[in-house]
Ligand binder design. Sequence first.
Ligand code: GDP
Length: 534
Amino acid sequence: MPDIKAEIKKEVSRRKTFAIISHPDAGKTTLTEKLLLYGGAIRMAGSVKSRKANKFAVSDWMEIEKQRGISVTSSVMQFEYNNYCINILDTPGHQDFSEDTYRTLVAADSAVMLIDGAKGIEAQTIKLFHVCKLRGIPIFTFVNKMDRASKDPFELMEEIERVLGIRSYPMNWPIGIDGDFKGVYNRKLKQIELFTGGEHGQSQVSSQVGKVDDQVFADLLGSHYHGKLCEDIELLDMAGDEFDKRKIRSGELTPMFFGSAMTNFGVQPFLEEFLDLAPSPGIVEAIGSEIDPESDKFSGFIFKIQANMNPTHRDRLAFIRICSGKFKKGMSVRHVNAGKEVRLSQPQQFMAQERTIVEEAFAGDIIGLFDPGIFNIGDTLFEGGDNIRFKGIPIFPAEFFSRITPADTMKRKQFIKGIDQLSEEGAIQVFKQIDIGIEALIVGVVGALQFEVLEYRLKNEYGVQLRVQNLPFRHARWIKNEGLDPRKLNLPSTAIIVEDKLGRNSILFENEWSIRMAEERNKDLQLVDIATQD
Ligand code: GDP
């Protein structure tokens, strides 16, 4: 049907699906809100609910999760701008940093790396950056909080290269730093854009635009700022990297923008340039084949499962990233991993403020499906008879480990059930210590808060009180060598050998030093820090 093909092509090409990666407090919530403001999805800034997990005790946080059902801020927000259909994926940060944070990046076609101009590259940004790099998606840099004293922009460029190993290309350049941020210089158009208004970030700002050598700007800025700007531009043009769209698309060069999410200065120029450069959904690799987003056959994979949103029902929402074709409410698709047909009923989509039932959706979109317990993370859904299967979603490195047992040994069955459920959701990674048996499981998590969530959920959903013993390990490494007997390895005394839930051998280490020691003592040993689910 040519009509459908044309419709899919058009819809796919106007979609931009991305995630914002940043360290807590860099301004992700504020920037997200301002993008929605410019997209007309909200009228006044300040209306996106604060979701600061660190303001609440864990139990409050769990209650909040339940009460709000699935909040927009915990999954994805969709809005329109200049005929683009934009999906912003939320990457949970703060204390609720977990595997979900990493996994969300698997569903994104590009990432915006948000940096606090005064602080530069921070720890959590580095971790998230590496996941994006691994996927080879384009990474855009927005240097935020330019309204305050910040590091020198050249210094920030140098830091990005030194810490992250990626070259940057400033798309614009700040005018007036150290608390006197006036505007940006647009390198492509060789134009100055000075901002005014915006009611302290409540509404869109006005701007005055013109050529850099226009006397008006020299007068407006004064000779100090104008002179400095002209010098900086000359230096950038001479010593900086060339603009290279191919390198941007492959994630080798990051386009860099300066602005202030709080005052809105620089938000719109960023949004427009970003939408122009960021890729629409592209080809997705499946096992043994490639899926074209414009194919008329629906396909998608599940990257996140959120369980027990409604305390009276054991319901779960499975989040699907659509990879190709057109989704229609109530359609039947093949659940490839389970080998059966399923009807996709009650699909949910998330607009700026509320969730709505979705009638149709296209590649690049994220929808939440009511899940009666048939979906797992990494599952492929496909329209049509073929058994295509997307590659498994990586298991990201856990950083905290505990040995857990049920406080009441009579509750072992519920304990196992709860642990299985949480492990299926991808909230925890389960290991067994070799030669010690299964009496005490070792659980690994990406964020420390997950242990409290684990205890809370096992108690409330399965009636099991846990005994938790924290372990000193910080790194899990999978052994890549086929057929190697890990017991024959010469390991540092602090490391232990474990099996993951698929029976694969791995080693838990306390620090980087002991990993290096293990590698040195066992020259053939090959260790990897990210495994796949299958
Ligand atoms: P998140 O933790 O990354 O979501 O950060 P938030 O958006 O909640 O911002 C953290 C703090 O930084 C808040 O107090 C914001 O008001 C403030 N903030 C965000 N953007 C800016 C900015 O551009 N300039 C200044 N001065 N403060 C900002």
